[in-house]
Design a protein around this ligand. Structure first.
Ligand SMILES: NC(=O)c1ccc[n+]([C@@H]2O[C@H](COP(=O)([O-])OP(=O)(O)OC[C@H]3O[C@@H](n4cnc5c(N)ncnc54)[C@H](O)[C@@H]3O)[C@@H](O)[C@H]2O)c1
Length: 419
């Protein structure tokens, strides 16, 4: 059956790094294919919007395409944290919004966006507390608003293959794992220094969550215990943050995952960051193994001109813009696939809702339930274990690495420190 699509306008809230590198280019590609209509980007910092507008790579990849900004460039910064509401007030319901703000703002802004009935793509982590995830999930379901959470590693072919084999029993029972994601040192000089502070977040919550989600995505196992120890340090502006973290997640089958994270991969090193996952399994009187080197994916360049960092591992799998049959360049990779999955899903929902307007709410809710059950796109319902892990991790790191447990026995799972 051919899936129909409806062109939906898109409001992007936030104009920081992830919007520049992944979200806006993905949206501009989807504009070419008729999934996305007009794009508006809203940020409090005019400098961020101006940088986006003047971004050379975006101009080269998407000649002739444009987006509007709020505030308009040239009109100065805004001090209204709810400025995005003014943008959404001008939009038709059941179009699209992307929330791409610092981790601790996701919850208040999602609550602010939901009354405008926009389908939402939210960068990970959705929110930092389980109760908030439940609240968002309930309100979205009632309104027929589809929410996708941008855990893009799920769309990496490696992860999809691993899920297939684990769920088929081919690998055995998950026993021990090691995940690592160390982001570059230069992140400390970015806007991160304004919000990546100890009370707000830490490297485990910021990037460790990708691999915790991935292990759950592959195995279907529930996390039951979390402990995270952080190493504090100062950003260039003097603010204090956890710059390194070591976490340990124990799963319901006793499987143990160690998770190392930080903002300190040397800027001169060959990779964009350092990352990977190793998992060991118990089989029938034998071991099982899965090893993903996500750091060097087998492509090494020694640039002769035009590039400051001469020797590099290029990751062709996450997000690159490459020549295609059309004008400019097109984004490829699982970063694009992940964004496209949520926006395409919303666009297909609305095409169907337009066909049967009397059943629109029913169609929207059925589509949400179908995505929850399929478990490929992360939704508030099928990935809420991440909020349990996040909540436990924050409790642990703020208590010097004490063990936090996730108790599933009550009507609602609860997180607490182990006595
Ligand atoms: N690999 C990934 O999945 C990935 C990578 C990077 C970031 N992220 C997530 O994306 C989010 C943003 O990260 P980033 O790297 O783009 O951060 P960033 O600091 O570069 O950008 C955040 C932007 O939000 C803007 N902002 C803050 N409050 C606002 C408000 N009320 N209204 C409008 N704009 C506001 C800031 O001015 C800033 O430009 C974080 O939650 C992060 O965890 C995910």
């Amino acid at each position: 059956m051919v899936q129909k699509q409806k062109t939906l306008d898109l409001t992007i809230i936030g104009a920081g790094m992830i919007v520049t590198d992944v979200l806006l280019p993905s949206a501009l590609q989807l504009q070419r294919t008729g999934v996305v209509g007009e794009i508006t980007v809203c940020d409090l910092r005019e400098s961020a919007l101006r940088a986006l507008r003047e971004n050379r790579e975006l101009r080269e990849a998407f000649p002739g395409q444009s987006f509007t900004t709020c505030p308009e460039t040239g009109s100065g910064d805004s001090d209204d944290p709810e400025l995005y509401k003014k943008v959404l007030a001008r939009k038709y319901p059941y179009h699209l919004a992307i929330v791409a703000l610092p981790d601790h703002l996701h919850y208040p802004v999602l609550k602010g966006v939901l009354p405008f009935n926009q389908h939402i793509l939210c960068v990970k982590p959705l929110v930092l507390k389980y109760a908030q995830a439940l609240e968002i999930e309930k309100e979205a379901r009632e309104r027929g608003v589809f929410i996708g959470v941008e855990y893009h590693k799920r769309f990496d072919r490696r992860a999809l293959l691993a899920r297939k084999h684990y769920r088929n029993g081919d690998l055995g029972d998950f026993a021990l794992g090691e995940a690592k994601l160390i982001e570059p040192y230069f992140y400390r000089h970015s806007n991160f220094q304004n919000w990546f502070t100890c009370p707000n977040t830490d490297p485990f919550v910021y990037v460790g969550c990708h691999y915790v989600d991935l292990v759950c995505f592959i195995t279907g196992l529930k996390p039951v215990e979390v402990s995270v120890t952080g190493r504090q340090g100062r950003f260039p502006n003097g603010k204090e943050g956890y710059l390194w973290s070591n976490g340990r997640v124990v799963f319901e089958n006793g499987g143990i995952l160690s998770v190392n994270n930080g903002l300190g991969y040397p800027d001169d090193s060959a990779g964009g960051n350092d990352q990977g996952l190793i998992m060991y399994f118990d089989g029938d009187d034998c071991g099982g193994l899965l090893a993903h080197d996500d750091h060097n994916r087998g492509v090494e360049y020694g640039f002769a001109r035009n590039v400051a960092k001469r020797f590099q591992y290029l990751n062709p799998d996450f997000f690159r813009t490459v020549p295609w049959e059309g004008p400019g360049l097109k984004p490829v990779g699982y970063g694009f696939d992940s964004v496209a999955a949520t926006l395409l899903n919303a666009s297909a929902i609305e095409a169907q809702a337009d066909e049967y307007p009397g059943r629109a709410l029913e169609i929207r809710r059925a589509a949400i339930a179908a995505a929850d059950a399929r478990g490929l796109i992360a939704t508030p319902a099928n990935s809420a274990y991440n909020e349990l892990v996040q909540e436990a991790a924050r409790l642990s790191i703020l208590n010097g690495g004490d063990l936090a447990v996730i108790d599933y026995r009550g009507a609602v799972p609860a997180v607490k420190l182990k006595k």
